[in-house]
Structure formats: structure tokens, C-alpha cells
Design a binder for this molecule. Structure first.
Ligand code: SAM
Length: 298
């Protein structure tokens, strides 16, 4: 395999915290998301071509290969060459290489993909990393045939941004310092992971010219599940930031780290916390000449 980059390291290793059982549960949940993305108004007929943008380790792309049968084709695109190589090797092991293509490209510039050449574009948790989301929507539109559809999933990270997951009152100053550390790395008003919500996705989609837009927002406020402390602090929240363990080593003294852990560890291990999470599933169509009459333009 090609040398790993931060995307490959995070997707193939870091996000699982070295725990195979946790990895299995994590991937089982992701398969539910994958099925929702592929079920969301995509209408993949015989001989369809699907482009998965930011294909990663192939979650959506291989799901599509399974569904589309022998006449369908899936294009896996990503900015990470190691992940594309990973998918290429999986396709070969699965015996589906003849139905898969692999293209190195940014969502904002899908240059190698010709105009009006695909029937469907999918993407999961990729636009959160893209600063110019409008450019990505324009590219999805450009490569789709008229009547082609997009289906995407993105976390809406603004939701619950200010709430702490655990009761941090007795160590509030430490918890705020840790949060400020991450906010300096990813400022909520300007970081692409945090500076948008579901309304922005719909507005960008509409401004691009898509029609038949449907967005489902799911908001969860649920009890945390018990987690091993060591695993929790070793997993970075995303590929662009250090793990809590690394962050704490940078900003806390040994005494502070011990005090923080003494307070938080029992809550984390007992699952005594509240998770706030929001995710959006968006589907839309590129109009055909017959469906293109805009009604109520902005
Ligand atoms: C969180 S992973 C999601 C991977 C995959 N879509 C999935 O559902 O598991 C984000 C992926 O987006 C890719 N990526 C990051 N920035 C990108 C960009 N500007 N254009 C295309 N892909 C990008 C990364 O290489 C990574 O594979």
C-alpha cells in the first residue's frame, strides 16, 4: 500500500482507537448511514454510473457496487491517493475491479470527470472538510446528466457546540481551556466543519440550480454510552486535530491533567453524560429540460 496520509491514517486506524470491537460497532452504524444515502431518491437504473466524492475507504462506493449489479459502474474519487489505492485493492479482492474507477480529485474541482457523465453523485462527511462548498455543488451539477441526482450526508456540527458532554462544573476552568484550545485550531465561525448548517446546504444546493431538494435533519440528544477512558482520549475528533490526550499534554500541567482525569474518567466510563448531535441527509435532482422551469426564483 502507498504511504499513508492523514486521511488514510484517520479513516483506517485513528478513529477506532485500536479497539477491534469498537471498530466493528462503528462500521455497523456507518452501514446504516450508507444505506440511507443510497436509498435517498437515487433511482439507480440499469447501467447507471455513480460518482462517490471523497470515497475514503469505500463505505458508500462498495455499497453502491453491491446494489447496482453487473451493468453499473462506480467512480471512487478522493484527494487521498493512499485511500484510492486502498479502494483499488479492495475492489480487486472483491472481484469487482471491472466496475470501478478511481479518480484523484477535489470535490471543488472534479476536473477529470467529464460534464454530464454520471447519473448519481454521493458523498458522506466530505463537505465538512471543504471550505468552498458552493464550488463543490457546482461540480456535482456539472458532472451530472440532466435528471441525475445527488445524495449526501453531513454532520451539522454547530448543533450543541457550546454544551459540554459531561458535568464539568468542578473542573470548569480546565474544560474551558481544553475547548478553547480546539477552538483556536478550528474557529467555529470560519472552520468549514463548523461554519454551516442545514439551511446553508439547502441554499447552496438551490443556488446551484438543483430542483426537487429534500433535506432530512436528525437531531439526537441522548445519554452517552460507557467508554474506556484511554480509548476516548486517544481518538482525535477528526483528521485535522490532535487527540484529547495530545491536547491535554500540551495545555495542562501534570497536576491539572490528573485533576481533570480524576473528575472525568468515572463519568466517561459510566456513560454519565449527554450526547448532542445533528446530521443532515440531502437529496436533489439536476433538472431536465422539461423540469427546468424555475418557480419562485430568488
Ligand atoms: C470523513 S472521511 C469520509 C469518507 C467516506 N466518504 C465515508 O463515508 O466513509 C472524509 C473523506 O474526504 C476526503 N476529502 C477531504 N477533503 C476533500 C476534498 N476537498 N475533496 C474530496 N475529498 C476530500 C478525505 O480524503 C476522506 O477520504
Amino acid at each position: 500500500m502507498a504511504e499513508q496520509d492523514r486521511w488514510a491514517r484517520w479513516l483506517l486506524e485513528d478513529r477506532f482507537g485500536g479497539d477491534p470491537q469498537y471498530a466493528k460497532e462503528y462500521l455497523d452504524k456507518l452501514r446504516e448511514v450508507r444505506d440511507r444515502v443510497l436509498d435517498h431518491r437515487l433511482r439507480l437504473g440499469d447501467g447507471a454510473v455513480l460518482l462517490d466524492v471523497g470515497a475514503g475507504d469505500g463505505l458508500i462506493g462498495f455499497g453502491a457496487v453491491d446494489r447496482m449489479g453487473p451493468s453499473g459502474r462506480v467512480i471512487f474519487s478522493d484527494i487521498s491517493r493512499p485511500l484510492l489505492e486502498h479502494c483499488r485493492s479492495l475492489a480487486s479482492q472483491m472481484g469487482v475491479s471491472d466496475r470501478c474507477d478511481f479518480v484523484e480529485a477535489r470535490a471543488e474541482d472534479l476536473g477529470p470527470i467529464p460534464n454530464e457523465s454520471v447519473d448519481a453523485v454521493t458523498t458522506r462527511s466530505v463537505l465538512i472538510f471543504v471550505a468552498d462548498k458552493a464550488a463543490a455543488f457546482r461540480e456535482f451539477y456539472r458532472v451530472l446528466k440532466p435528471g441525475g441526482r445527488i445524495s449526501l450526508f453531513e454532520p451539522i456540527n454547530r448543533h450543541g457546540l457550546d454544551a459540554f458532554k459531561y458535568d464539568v462544573a468542578p473542573v470548569l476552568e480546565l474544560a474551558q481551556r481544553l475547548r478553547d484550545f480546539y477552538r483556536r485550531l478550528q474557529p467555529p465561525d470560519s472552520d468549514p466543519m463548523l461554519n454551516f448548517d442545514e439551511h446553508d446546504l439547502v441554499a447552496q444546493c438551490e443556488a446551484t440550480g438543483f430542483v426537487d431538494i429534500h433535506l432530512a435533519l436528525h437531531i439526537f440528544v441522548r445519554p452517552a454510552t460507557p467508554e474506556p477512558w484511554d480509548r476516548t482520549i486517544s481518538i482525535p475528533g477528526n483528521p485535522n486535530i490532535p487527540s484529547p490526550r495530545e491536547a491535554m499534554a500540551q495545555i495542562f500541567t501534570a497536576e491539572e491533567a490528573a485533576r481533570y482525569e480524576a473528575h472525568l474518567r468515572p463519568q466517561v466510563e459510566a456513560g454519565r453524560g449527554l450526547v448532542r448531535e445533528a446530521v443532515a441527509f440531502l437529496a436533489a435532482m439536476k433538472p431536465t429540460p422539461q423540469s427546468a422551469t424555475p418557480v419562485g426564483t430568488r
